[in-house]
Design a protein around this ligand. Structure first.
Ligand code: FE
Length: 347
Protein backbone atom coordinates (compact mmCIF):
# COMPACT_ATOMS: atom_id res chain seq x y z
CA UNK A 1 0.00 0.00 0.00
CA UNK A 2 2.67 2.42 1.07
CA UNK A 3 4.67 1.84 -2.04
CA UNK A 4 1.74 2.49 -4.31
CA UNK A 5 0.94 5.65 -2.41
CA UNK A 6 4.52 6.80 -2.67
CA UNK A 7 4.59 5.89 -6.32
CA UNK A 8 1.43 7.82 -6.91
CA UNK A 9 2.87 10.84 -5.13
CA UNK A 10 6.09 10.65 -7.09
CA UNK A 11 4.25 10.36 -10.37
CA UNK A 12 2.08 13.33 -9.46
CA UNK A 13 5.09 15.31 -8.44
CA UNK A 14 7.07 14.59 -11.54
CA UNK A 15 4.26 15.00 -14.00
CA UNK A 16 2.29 17.86 -12.49
CA UNK A 17 5.07 19.66 -10.72
CA UNK A 18 3.15 19.35 -7.44
CA UNK A 19 5.08 18.70 -4.28
CA UNK A 20 2.75 16.03 -2.97
CA UNK A 21 5.43 14.25 -0.99
CA UNK A 22 4.95 16.92 1.67
CA UNK A 23 1.58 15.34 2.41
CA UNK A 24 3.10 12.06 3.53
CA UNK A 25 3.15 10.97 7.17
CA UNK A 26 6.57 11.86 8.57
CA UNK A 27 7.64 8.28 9.35
CA UNK A 28 7.02 7.18 5.77
CA UNK A 29 8.42 10.26 4.14
CA UNK A 30 11.67 9.90 6.04
CA UNK A 31 12.10 6.20 5.19
CA UNK A 32 14.99 5.43 2.88
CA UNK A 33 13.95 5.34 -0.74
CA UNK A 34 15.18 5.52 -4.27
CA UNK A 35 13.33 7.18 -7.14
CA UNK A 36 13.74 5.73 -10.61
CA UNK A 37 12.86 7.20 -13.93
CA UNK A 38 12.38 4.17 -16.19
CA UNK A 39 11.65 4.01 -19.89
CA UNK A 40 9.35 1.05 -19.48
CA UNK A 41 6.94 -0.29 -16.85
CA UNK A 42 8.08 -3.85 -16.89
CA UNK A 43 11.75 -2.97 -17.10
CA UNK A 44 12.13 -3.74 -13.44
CA UNK A 45 10.31 -6.83 -12.44
CA UNK A 46 8.28 -6.90 -9.30
CA UNK A 47 10.17 -9.85 -7.70
CA UNK A 48 13.40 -7.96 -8.23
CA UNK A 49 12.08 -4.86 -6.50
CA UNK A 50 10.62 -6.90 -3.66
CA UNK A 51 13.91 -8.65 -3.08
CA UNK A 52 15.77 -5.36 -2.90
CA UNK A 53 13.22 -3.80 -0.58
CA UNK A 54 13.14 -6.86 1.68
CA UNK A 55 16.91 -7.09 2.06
CA UNK A 56 17.70 -3.39 2.38
CA UNK A 57 14.51 -1.76 3.68
CA UNK A 58 14.92 0.83 0.94
CA UNK A 59 11.73 1.59 -0.90
CA UNK A 60 11.77 1.83 -4.68
CA UNK A 61 9.53 4.29 -6.51
CA UNK A 62 9.22 4.09 -10.27
CA UNK A 63 7.98 6.50 -12.86
CA UNK A 64 7.76 5.21 -16.41
CA UNK A 65 7.83 7.20 -19.60
CA UNK A 66 9.24 7.66 -23.07
CA UNK A 67 13.03 7.69 -22.85
CA UNK A 68 13.67 10.86 -24.85
CA UNK A 69 10.88 12.72 -23.05
CA UNK A 70 12.38 11.51 -19.77
CA UNK A 71 15.74 13.04 -20.60
CA UNK A 72 14.14 16.37 -21.55
CA UNK A 73 12.16 16.38 -18.33
CA UNK A 74 15.19 15.62 -16.22
CA UNK A 75 16.94 18.58 -17.87
CA UNK A 76 13.94 20.84 -17.20
CA UNK A 77 13.71 19.81 -13.52
CA UNK A 78 17.34 20.72 -12.87
CA UNK A 79 18.36 20.81 -9.21
CA UNK A 80 14.69 20.42 -8.15
CA UNK A 81 14.59 16.92 -9.58
CA UNK A 82 13.49 14.08 -7.29
CA UNK A 83 14.97 11.50 -9.65
CA UNK A 84 17.85 9.36 -8.42
CA UNK A 85 18.31 6.89 -11.21
CA UNK A 86 17.71 6.91 -14.92
CA UNK A 87 17.02 3.50 -16.43
CA UNK A 88 17.07 3.42 -20.18
CA UNK A 89 18.47 1.73 -23.25
CA UNK A 90 21.15 2.46 -25.81
CA UNK A 91 24.59 3.84 -25.10
CA UNK A 92 23.93 6.52 -27.72
CA UNK A 93 21.06 7.86 -25.62
CA UNK A 94 23.00 7.64 -22.35
CA UNK A 95 25.85 9.55 -23.94
CA UNK A 96 23.30 12.24 -24.82
CA UNK A 97 22.16 12.47 -21.19
CA UNK A 98 25.80 12.64 -20.14
CA UNK A 99 26.58 15.42 -22.63
CA UNK A 100 23.59 17.38 -21.26
CA UNK A 101 25.16 17.24 -17.79
CA UNK A 102 22.29 15.19 -16.33
CA UNK A 103 24.44 12.44 -14.80
CA UNK A 104 27.10 12.10 -12.13
CA UNK A 105 29.90 9.55 -11.80
CA UNK A 106 29.74 6.61 -9.40
CA UNK A 107 32.80 4.98 -7.88
CA UNK A 108 32.01 1.58 -6.49
CA UNK A 109 34.33 -1.39 -6.11
CA UNK A 110 31.32 -3.72 -6.19
CA UNK A 111 30.19 -2.38 -9.55
CA UNK A 112 33.67 -2.46 -11.01
CA UNK A 113 34.19 -6.01 -9.87
CA UNK A 114 30.89 -7.29 -11.25
CA UNK A 115 30.66 -5.39 -14.52
CA UNK A 116 33.22 -5.84 -17.31
CA UNK A 117 34.62 -2.46 -18.33
CA UNK A 118 33.35 -2.80 -21.91
CA UNK A 119 29.78 -2.58 -20.61
CA UNK A 120 30.19 0.67 -18.72
CA UNK A 121 30.97 4.28 -19.43
CA UNK A 122 34.66 5.11 -19.22
CA UNK A 123 33.75 8.16 -17.08
CA UNK A 124 31.63 6.01 -14.73
CA UNK A 125 28.46 7.89 -15.65
CA UNK A 126 26.40 4.87 -16.78
CA UNK A 127 26.47 1.13 -16.22
CA UNK A 128 25.20 -1.62 -18.48
CA UNK A 129 22.58 -4.00 -17.04
CA UNK A 130 22.02 -6.20 -20.08
CA UNK A 131 23.46 -6.66 -23.55
CA UNK A 132 21.27 -6.47 -26.65
CA UNK A 133 22.46 -7.72 -30.02
CA UNK A 134 21.24 -6.38 -33.38
CA UNK A 135 21.83 -9.06 -36.00
CA UNK A 136 20.36 -9.53 -39.47
CA UNK A 137 16.96 -11.19 -39.80
CA UNK A 138 16.04 -13.21 -42.89
CA UNK A 139 13.04 -15.01 -44.33
CA UNK A 140 13.67 -18.75 -44.09
CA UNK A 141 11.56 -19.59 -47.10
CA UNK A 142 13.05 -17.15 -49.56
CA UNK A 143 16.67 -16.86 -48.52
CA UNK A 144 19.44 -19.22 -47.52
CA UNK A 145 21.16 -18.16 -44.30
CA UNK A 146 24.56 -18.10 -45.97
CA UNK A 147 23.39 -15.62 -48.63
CA UNK A 148 24.47 -12.76 -46.38
CA UNK A 149 27.45 -12.74 -44.08
CA UNK A 150 28.11 -9.17 -43.01
CA UNK A 151 26.19 -5.93 -42.47
CA UNK A 152 27.94 -4.65 -45.59
CA UNK A 153 26.23 -7.35 -47.68
CA UNK A 154 22.85 -5.67 -47.05
CA UNK A 155 23.95 -2.97 -49.50
CA UNK A 156 24.66 -5.48 -52.29
CA UNK A 157 22.72 -4.67 -55.48
CA UNK A 158 21.49 -8.24 -55.70
CA UNK A 159 19.08 -7.46 -52.84
CA UNK A 160 17.22 -4.61 -54.62
CA UNK A 161 13.73 -4.26 -53.13
CA UNK A 162 14.37 -6.89 -50.49
CA UNK A 163 15.37 -4.93 -47.37
CA UNK A 164 13.19 -3.45 -44.61
CA UNK A 165 14.49 -0.91 -42.10
CA UNK A 166 13.16 1.25 -39.30
CA UNK A 167 13.30 4.98 -39.85
CA UNK A 168 16.46 6.90 -39.06
CA UNK A 169 14.97 8.72 -36.05
CA UNK A 170 15.29 5.52 -34.07
CA UNK A 171 18.36 5.34 -31.86
CA UNK A 172 18.93 1.61 -32.53
CA UNK A 173 19.79 2.15 -36.18
CA UNK A 174 21.66 5.37 -35.41
CA UNK A 175 23.87 3.35 -33.08
CA UNK A 176 24.25 0.57 -35.65
CA UNK A 177 25.47 3.10 -38.22
CA UNK A 178 27.64 4.88 -35.61
CA UNK A 179 29.36 1.57 -34.84
CA UNK A 180 29.94 0.86 -38.52
CA UNK A 181 31.29 4.39 -38.94
CA UNK A 182 33.70 3.96 -36.02
CA UNK A 183 35.11 0.82 -37.63
CA UNK A 184 35.10 1.62 -41.31
CA UNK A 185 35.18 5.39 -41.72
CA UNK A 186 32.86 7.88 -43.41
CA UNK A 187 33.41 7.00 -47.09
CA UNK A 188 32.62 3.32 -46.66
CA UNK A 189 29.70 4.05 -44.33
CA UNK A 190 28.18 6.38 -46.91
CA UNK A 191 28.37 3.69 -49.59
CA UNK A 192 26.85 1.14 -47.23
CA UNK A 193 23.93 3.39 -46.27
CA UNK A 194 23.41 4.40 -49.92
CA UNK A 195 23.26 0.75 -50.98
CA UNK A 196 20.83 -0.17 -48.22
CA UNK A 197 18.52 2.74 -49.08
CA UNK A 198 18.58 1.59 -52.72
CA UNK A 199 17.61 -1.92 -51.56
CA UNK A 200 14.57 -0.87 -49.52
CA UNK A 201 11.33 -2.70 -50.22
CA UNK A 202 9.33 0.13 -48.68
CA UNK A 203 9.80 3.51 -46.98
CA UNK A 204 11.55 3.00 -43.59
CA UNK A 205 8.78 2.41 -41.05
CA UNK A 206 7.57 0.38 -38.09
CA UNK A 207 9.31 -0.77 -34.95
CA UNK A 208 11.48 -3.85 -34.46
CA UNK A 209 8.45 -6.15 -34.03
CA UNK A 210 7.07 -4.83 -37.31
CA UNK A 211 10.38 -5.64 -39.05
CA UNK A 212 9.97 -9.26 -37.93
CA UNK A 213 6.43 -9.30 -39.30
CA UNK A 214 7.48 -7.70 -42.61
CA UNK A 215 10.22 -10.30 -43.11
CA UNK A 216 7.90 -13.15 -42.08
CA UNK A 217 5.27 -11.96 -44.58
CA UNK A 218 7.97 -11.58 -47.27
CA UNK A 219 7.33 -7.84 -47.66
CA UNK A 220 11.13 -7.96 -47.70
CA UNK A 221 13.63 -10.72 -47.09
CA UNK A 222 16.01 -9.00 -44.67
CA UNK A 223 16.01 -6.55 -41.81
CA UNK A 224 18.00 -5.81 -38.67
CA UNK A 225 16.42 -6.26 -35.24
CA UNK A 226 17.26 -6.60 -31.59
CA UNK A 227 16.96 -10.27 -30.68
CA UNK A 228 14.80 -9.85 -27.55
CA UNK A 229 11.89 -8.89 -29.81
CA UNK A 230 12.25 -12.14 -31.70
CA UNK A 231 12.57 -14.06 -28.43
CA UNK A 232 9.38 -12.39 -27.18
CA UNK A 233 7.47 -13.39 -30.31
CA UNK A 234 8.79 -16.95 -30.08
CA UNK A 235 7.33 -17.06 -26.56
CA UNK A 236 4.13 -15.27 -27.52
CA UNK A 237 0.78 -16.84 -26.67
CA UNK A 238 -0.61 -15.40 -29.86
CA UNK A 239 -0.25 -18.19 -32.49
CA UNK A 240 0.08 -15.71 -35.36
CA UNK A 241 2.98 -13.96 -33.68
CA UNK A 242 4.65 -17.24 -32.94
CA UNK A 243 4.17 -18.37 -36.53
CA UNK A 244 5.73 -15.12 -37.77
CA UNK A 245 8.72 -15.63 -35.51
CA UNK A 246 9.19 -19.14 -36.89
CA UNK A 247 9.27 -17.82 -40.46
CA UNK A 248 12.42 -15.86 -39.78
CA UNK A 249 15.98 -16.72 -38.89
CA UNK A 250 18.95 -14.88 -37.44
CA UNK A 251 22.22 -14.27 -39.28
CA UNK A 252 25.03 -13.25 -36.95
CA UNK A 253 26.93 -10.77 -39.11
CA UNK A 254 30.62 -9.90 -39.19
CA UNK A 255 31.70 -13.00 -37.30
CA UNK A 256 35.03 -12.98 -39.10
CA UNK A 257 35.24 -9.19 -38.97
CA UNK A 258 34.34 -6.73 -36.21
CA UNK A 259 31.61 -8.87 -34.64
CA UNK A 260 27.86 -8.33 -34.36
CA UNK A 261 26.68 -4.91 -33.23
CA UNK A 262 25.64 -4.83 -29.59
CA UNK A 263 24.30 -2.23 -27.22
CA UNK A 264 23.19 -2.13 -23.59
CA UNK A 265 20.31 -1.29 -21.35
CA UNK A 266 21.83 0.73 -18.57
CA UNK A 267 21.38 2.64 -15.35
CA UNK A 268 22.79 6.06 -14.50
CA UNK A 269 22.85 8.20 -11.37
CA UNK A 270 21.13 11.55 -11.86
CA UNK A 271 23.24 14.64 -11.27
CA UNK A 272 20.94 15.96 -8.53
CA UNK A 273 19.93 12.61 -7.02
CA UNK A 274 18.48 13.30 -3.55
CA UNK A 275 19.05 9.70 -2.40
CA UNK A 276 22.54 9.10 -3.72
CA UNK A 277 23.62 6.31 -1.36
CA UNK A 278 20.44 4.29 -1.68
CA UNK A 279 20.64 4.69 -5.44
CA UNK A 280 24.19 3.33 -5.60
CA UNK A 281 23.13 0.37 -3.48
CA UNK A 282 20.40 -0.31 -6.00
CA UNK A 283 22.86 -0.26 -8.92
CA UNK A 284 25.11 -2.68 -7.02
CA UNK A 285 22.11 -4.90 -6.36
CA UNK A 286 21.16 -4.99 -10.05
CA UNK A 287 24.61 -6.36 -10.82
CA UNK A 288 24.45 -9.25 -8.38
CA UNK A 289 24.12 -12.73 -9.88
CA UNK A 290 20.61 -13.24 -8.53
CA UNK A 291 19.30 -9.98 -9.87
CA UNK A 292 21.01 -10.51 -13.23
CA UNK A 293 19.38 -13.91 -13.61
CA UNK A 294 15.90 -12.53 -12.97
CA UNK A 295 16.53 -9.47 -15.07
CA UNK A 296 17.89 -11.21 -18.16
CA UNK A 297 15.15 -13.84 -18.02
CA UNK A 298 12.47 -11.20 -17.83
CA UNK A 299 13.70 -8.95 -20.61
CA UNK A 300 15.26 -11.74 -22.74
CA UNK A 301 18.57 -9.97 -23.22
CA UNK A 302 22.09 -11.18 -22.44
CA UNK A 303 23.36 -10.78 -18.85
CA UNK A 304 26.35 -8.47 -18.34
CA UNK A 305 27.72 -10.42 -15.40
CA UNK A 306 29.71 -13.45 -16.44
CA UNK A 307 28.52 -16.84 -15.22
CA UNK A 308 24.85 -15.85 -15.33
CA UNK A 309 23.00 -18.11 -17.78
CA UNK A 310 21.21 -16.81 -20.85
CA UNK A 311 17.45 -17.56 -21.03
CA UNK A 312 16.74 -20.79 -22.98
CA UNK A 313 14.76 -19.09 -25.74
CA UNK A 314 17.60 -16.59 -26.22
CA UNK A 315 20.14 -19.38 -26.28
CA UNK A 316 18.16 -21.01 -29.11
CA UNK A 317 19.09 -18.08 -31.37
CA UNK A 318 22.64 -19.34 -31.36
CA UNK A 319 26.04 -18.20 -30.17
CA UNK A 320 27.83 -15.22 -31.69
CA UNK A 321 30.90 -13.08 -31.37
CA UNK A 322 30.04 -9.54 -30.34
CA UNK A 323 31.62 -6.32 -31.49
CA UNK A 324 34.05 -5.10 -28.82
CA UNK A 325 34.03 -1.49 -29.98
CA UNK A 326 33.83 0.91 -27.02
CA UNK A 327 30.16 1.73 -26.45
CA UNK A 328 31.19 5.34 -25.89
CA UNK A 329 31.93 5.44 -29.63
CA UNK A 330 28.21 5.05 -30.35
CA UNK A 331 27.66 8.43 -28.73
CA UNK A 332 30.75 10.03 -30.24
CA UNK A 333 29.75 9.03 -33.79
CA UNK A 334 26.00 9.56 -33.41
CA UNK A 335 25.79 13.02 -35.00
CA UNK A 336 27.92 12.06 -38.00
CA UNK A 337 25.96 8.83 -38.44
CA UNK A 338 22.67 10.74 -38.48
CA UNK A 339 24.09 13.20 -40.96
CA UNK A 340 25.09 10.44 -43.38
CA UNK A 341 21.72 8.69 -42.98
CA UNK A 342 19.93 11.94 -43.75
CA UNK A 343 22.10 12.84 -46.73
CA UNK A 344 21.72 9.37 -48.22
CA UNK A 345 17.92 9.49 -47.97
CA UNK A 346 17.31 7.11 -45.04
CA UNK A 347 14.06 8.73 -43.89
FE1 FE B 1 13.80 -2.13 -27.65
Amino acid sequence: MVRFFLRFCLISHLFNGLLLLGALPISEASAQQVNIYSFRHDFLVEPLLNRFEDTTGIMVNIVSGNADVMIKRLAAEGAQSMTDLLLTVDAGRLERAKALGLLQPVSSAKIEQALPSRYRDKDKMWFGLSVRARPILYNRQHVKPWAVKDYTDLSDRRWRGRLCLRDSKNIYNQSLVAGYLAHKGAAQTRLWVRGMVANLAQRPQGNDIDQIKYVAAAVCHFSVVNTYYLARLLKSENPQEQAAARQVGVIWPDQEGDGTHINVSAVALARHAPNREAAIRFIEFLLTEDAQRLYSEQILEYPVVSGVPVAEIVKSLGPFREDTLSLNALGIYNAQARQIMKEEGWD
